[in-house]
Design a protein around this ligand. Structure first.
Ligand SMILES: [Zn+2]
Length: 103
């Protein structure tokens, strides 16, 4: 049996692109790699998206999804992602562009 980790953190753009392609109905949290005080507090937030949201789309040319300032926590399970997020200090917001319907 193949066991898939509940929350994945792709380390390369290719790995992220492949995850979104494999799980278009999954969920992604966009978060800062290092949410320290170099960033204004308005940017020190995590955003919960559907995997098919344009704002986190790996199809956007040249956008650094996971190799820049941000990481992407990816999961098929919203609860797994909110649990992952609860271990961090930043507030978790829900994307207003995704038309989020979870649970
Ligand atoms: Zn979104």
């Amino acid at each position: 049996m193949h066991i898939v980790p509940v929350v994945e953190l792709p380390k390369t753009e290719k790995a992220y692109r492949e995850w979104v392609r494999a799980y278009p109905d999954g969920f992604v949290i966009n978060a800062l790699k290092e949410p320290d005080d170099r960033w204004p507090s308005s940017m020190r937030v995590m955003i919960f998206h559907r995997a098919d949201c344009m704002r986190i789309s790996p199809a956007t040319p040249k956008r650094l999804n996971v190799r820049g300032h941000t990481i992407k926590a990816c999961s098929m399970t919203p609860l797994a992602l909110t649990t992952w997020a609860s271990l961090r200090s930043e507030p978790l917001l829900f994307c207003c562009r995704c038309d989020m319907h979870i649970g």
